[in-house]
Design a protein around this ligand. Structure first.
Ligand code: G16
Length: 553
């Protein structure tokens, strides 16, 4: 490890702000805005100052810092290092070129006893000058900052008068080493190694290696984002997959113009390979910051809600979970497929609001082992973030253990538990006014809907979802409009907390068919009556002017 003391004067400046920014309210997952907004003078600094004033333990603490490599990553790291030094942070752990996936950051916080992390990512949103940038804040348990910390950070941004920063030479982070800015240490590590080590303690790599060596070709698409270096080390170097298995494996500032969201729309190239081609037995993709995953088999797309259920049902295949699961949790809009598995296993299943932070207390208190969201997020108690590559390895381990294809595994699962037909329809970039109008109108209608007929069934319950955390009893309300039908079907409407252009309306549709019913329908067909009815009741096309959703998952 090299040792290069920084010789600059490290003079501290207090920069006065004429006015504070009013639009720095973090959403579902940190502060996410267009890159151009972040380029405004003092914009990034103001939010970072609020974090440093609010996050417990900053003075003398260890901080993890990195990002998904999108445009602005390197520059933001430079600013944050100088601000961290001005705030008395004792050490910042970052990675070569600042490339750090969200789950790897979560692992570093936990293994290095850090006070938290600042992760520079707008996750699955597009990047580049014309794309988005974001700042995620994680706490000492490794997970996204709690609602209360996020609220405190936001209230700090509203009355900010100045921020502290050190003058310093540009800080080199292009190789492993230890540097100093004033009295603060900057430790630049490889970043990939710690994370791979974590996975090696969870999975049986030998078993996965023999699957991959036994006529089981796989394709992994990193979508030009952060998981490329991790995936190459994992699949090509350690698990014996052929060179070229990892596609789009170099993190690019604009993700090569792609949208780094692993779904059938934005990872179409990979989806076509698996769904239309014959060459691969398994395919997977991760998002910009590596916490989401999409799983595909030959001719078969695995719905993320089903994925969580399959992982829970087959936990005995994975060494780290072979003694059984403590419990499971899913976000409210995620389908109830995992509930059925939990019931069968005799374990608790919790329903939380959308956003990974709500799993934190359940994981920390040992009430759950696995959790997931319909938005391609699955994870476990190994870190406090969803973890894309972990999910891919979990699937490979189950397939290696069962010696079967993805399609066969899904059919076996539905034949045992029944099938939850599921789809999410997103209406993106609607005017905020129209979206709010639609939402508040439907909310006011909810009490009168109970007992009414809906898609040939009866509405048994309708509300705006509120959650009481079973650990700290905190209440989070206004988490989405739920219409529950008497046969277990559900339709849910939410407004996104991560979009940056206008509003995004998400409509979640779910219908259950028992193992004796028709398990082979196309989801859009199985859900067509729910789709038509919610359009009528919520006046979606009438009010948005959109005949079809922008993205169907
Ligand atoms: C979306 C998803 C949520 C997810 C959130 C953050 O939020 O619907 O399930 O928790 O993104 O995901 P990531 O950490 O990958 O950015 P929303 O509010 O847009 O629906």
């Amino acid at each position: 490890m090299s040792f290069q003391p920084n010789t600059s004067q490290n003079k501290e400046y207090k920069i006065r702000l004429e006015k504070s920014f009013t639009d720095q309210k973090p959403g579902t997952s940190g502060l996410r805005k267009s890159t151009r907004q972040f380029q405004q003078t003092h914009y990034l600094e103001s939010f970072i100052e609020s974090i440093f004033r609010t996050l417990p333990g900053v003075k003398g603490g260890i901080l993890v810092l990195g990002g998904d490599g999108r445009f602005g990553n390197r520059k933001a790291i430079d600013v944050i290092l100088r601000m961290a030094a001005a705030h008395g942070v004792s050490k910042v752990i970052t990675t070569v070129d600042g490339i750090l996936s969200t789950p790897a950051a979560s692992n570093l916080i936990r293994s290095r006893n850090a006070i938290g992390a600042i992760i520079l990512s707008a996750s699955h949103n597009s990047g580049g000058v014309n794309g988005d940038f974001g700042v995620k804040v994680n706490g000492p348990n490794g997970g996204p900052a709690s609602e209360s910390l996020t609220d405190e950070i936001y209230s700090c941004t509203k009355n900010l008068d100045e921020y502290k920063i050190l003058e310093s030479q540009n800080i080199r982070i292009d190789s492993i080493g230890k540097y100093f800015i004033s009295s603060m240490t900057v430790e630049v590590i490889d970043g990939v190694e710690d994370y791979i080590h974590l996975l090696q303690n969870i999975f049986d790599f030998d078993q996965i290696r023999s699957l991959l060596n036994n006529n089981f070709p796989i394709a992994f698409d990193a979508l030009n984002a952060v998981t490329g270096p991790y995936a190459k080390r994992l699949f090509e170097d350690l698990l014996g997959a052929s060179k070229g298995t990892v596609r789009n494996g170099k993190p690019l500032e604009d993700f090569g113009g792609c949208h780094p969201d692993p779904n059938l729309t934005y990872a179409k190239e990979l989806a076509d390979l698996l769904l239309l081609g014959e060459a691969y037995a398994f395919g997977a993709a991760c998002d910009g910051d590596g916490d989401r995953n999409m799983i595909l088999g030959k001719g078969c797309f695995v719905n993320p809600s089903d994925s969580l259920a399959v992982l829970a049902a087959n936990a005995e295949c994975v060494p780290a979970y072979s003694n059984g699961l403590l419990g499971v949790a899913r976000s409210m809009p995620t389908s109830s497929a995992v509930d059925v598995v939990a019931k069968d296993l005799g374990i608790n299943c919790y329903e939380t609001p959308t956003g990974w932070k709500f799993f934190g207390n359940l994981l920390d208190s040992g009430q759950i082992t696995l959790c997931g969201e319909e938005s391609f997020g699955t994870g476990s108690n190994h870190v406090r973030e969803k973890d894309g590559l972990w999910a891919v390895l979990y699937w490979l381990q189950v397939l290696a253990n069962k010696q079967c294809s993805v399609e066969k595994l899904m059919l076996a699962h539905w034949s045992k538990y029944g099938r939850h037909y599921y789809s999410r329809h997103d209406y993106e970039a609607i005017s905020i006014e129209k979206a709010n109008g639609l939402y508040t109108r439907l909310e006011s209608l909810l009490p009168s809907l109970v007992g009414e007929s809906f898609a040939g069934r009866l509405i048994s319950h309708a509300d705006n979802f509120a959650y009481t955390d079973p650990v700290d009893n905190s209440i989070t309300s206004n988490q989405g409009l739920r219409i529950l039908l008497n046969d277990g079907s559900r339709v849910i409407l939410r407004l996104s907390g991560t979009g940056t252009k206008g509003a995004t309306l998400r409509v979640y549709l779910e219908s259950y068919v028992s193992s004796k019913g028709n398990l082979n329908q196309h989801p859009q067909e199985a859900l067509s009556d729910l789709i038509d009815n919610i359009d009528y009741v919520a006046e979606i096309s009438k009010r948005t002017g959109m005949k079809v959703p922008t993205v169907i998952t």
